[in-house]
Design a protein around this ligand. Structure first.
Ligand code: PMP
Length: 408
């Protein structure tokens, strides 16, 4: 699909980091799967907070504390609108995707008993594998994996073996971070619901690429990281359905998550504070609100179409290079490409690309089971964002060809 109403050049001007260069080379940032660059409005907002507003939230009667609290809570409302959650208090601020998943594993995990089953997939990031392995080990639970095929897609043929009345939780990624596959989470949610399983969707690689509506999805939890959606590091969101969050015990004890504390015990606070013990990342959360508002001001359909153009174009150009093998060939893909060149080591290719001003990621991308499936140690991953261009893809291809020549 051709994008006509998406002005990438003017959008790039919002991002100071995109204007740097490396010696006489431009700097091409294709590591957006790891983290996104930040628009100037977000950078300015962090400075403004520390320059003019710094005070703790929820605790003071003084003016600055009230301003901080108002701005902090405004971010919650922005995120609620962004995800189309039903209530503001279904939005829990976390330190990131990893933190959100660990919160659910720890808290929801207390409600599981021996023999209960958790279903994840072979495509997951380590942060959506290890917490469940730890929980399964501690509580004698059964951890099952949705297998994948050669294209990097879930195999759901034996779904009735995977999801049973013992399945209490399904935790799956919306988009694979190492292969780019857009997973059919709607299907797994529908199947899981038949057995009363709760469903967590890891949206770390989805939320910056297309519109997510948690009510439409009807998942119980949706988690993502602020830094991948143009916001500050150390911020993240756990969306949880009110009834599910209310049934769960607190995750950590401390300030803010209590109503009253006496020597004999504690009465816990209500949502969302029950899950937000201690002083949060106030500046980060306020910055995240600004990042999301900025992102919401851009036509999501145009973003998706532009990124898809980049993906198709890069696929085409890469495929013309002899010896290239692309991993992750589903028809439903987000804008990232994992590949290898003959038997060249990904690290060597990545190093030579870096020397020419191209930032890609090399390695297993925290998805070792995926690498194990393909029998490879890792890949080279180029991941695109809304601010990338076809000219940058051309430069990347030129730099890649040069790297291959130097290594061959
Ligand atoms: N899940 C997926 C799919 C990811 O891509 C990532 C980050 N690469 C994570 C989880 C973990 O995110 P974070 O490190 O921000 O907690």
């Amino acid at each position: 699909m051709q994008v006509t109403h998406f002005d990438v050049e003017s959008l790039r001007k919002d991002f100071p980091l995109l204007n740097i260069s490396q010696g006489k080379n431009p700097y091409v940032y294709f590591d957006n799967g790891a983290t996104s660059q930040k628009p100037q409005v977000v950078i300015d907002r962090l400075k403004q907070y520390y320059d003019q507003e710094n005070a703790n939230v929820h605790r003071g009667v003084h003016q600055l504390s009230q301003i901080s609290t108002d701005n902090f809570e405004e971010s919650r409302r922005i995120v609620r609108r962004f995800l189309n959650a039903e209530y503001d208090h279904e939005i829990i601020f976390t330190a990131g995707t990893t933190n959100g998943i660990n919160l659910v594993a720890t808290s929801f995990g207390t409600m599981l008993s021996e023999g209960d089953e958790i279903l994840i997939s072979e495509l997951e990031h380590h942060s959506n594998i290890v917490p469940w392995q730890m929980l399964a080990h501690d509580k004698n639970l059964v951890l099952k994996y949705i297998p994948i095929n050669n294209k990097g897609e879930w195999i759901l043929d034996d779904i009735s073996d995977l999801i049973t009345d013992k399945t209490k939780l399904i935790a799956v990624s919306h988009v694979s971070n190492s292969l780019g596959t857009i997973n059919p989470v709607e299907k797994i949610i529908e199947e899981g619901k038949k057995f009363g399983a709760k469903i967590l969707v890891d949206g770390a690689q989805a939320i910056q690429h297309f519109k997510v509506d948690v009510q439409k999805l009807d998942c119980d939890f949706y988690v993502f990281s602020g830094h991948k959606v143009f916001g500050p590091t150390g911020t993240g969101i756990l969306y949880g359905k009110e009834s599910v969050l209310n049934a769960m015990p607190p995750y950590q004890g401390g300030g803010d998550m209590i109503k009253t504390v006496s020597m004999s015990g504690t009465v816990y606070n209500e949502l969302p504070h029950k899950f937000e013990a201690g002083t949060p990342n106030i500046a980060g959360v306020i910055g995240l609100g600004v990042a999301i508002e900025w992102f919401m001001s851009i036509d999501t359909e145009a973003v998706a179409a532009h990124e898809n153009d980049l993906l198709v174009y890069a696929h085409e150009k890469l495929s013309e290079i002899e010896g290239i093998k692309i991993y992750g060939t589903s028809d439903k893909k987000c804008s990232l490409i994992s590949f290898l060149v003959g038997d060249l080591h990904p690290y060597d290719v990545g190093t030579l690309l870096n020397q020419q001003g191209v930032a890609v990621r090399t390695g297993h991308h925290c998805t070792q089971p995926v690498m194990e499936y393909y029998g490879i140690p890792g890949t080279i991953r180029a991941s695109f964002s809304l601010y990338n261009t076809k000219e940058e893809v051309d430069y990347f291809i030129k730099a890649l060809k040069r790297a291959i020549r130097m290594l061959s």
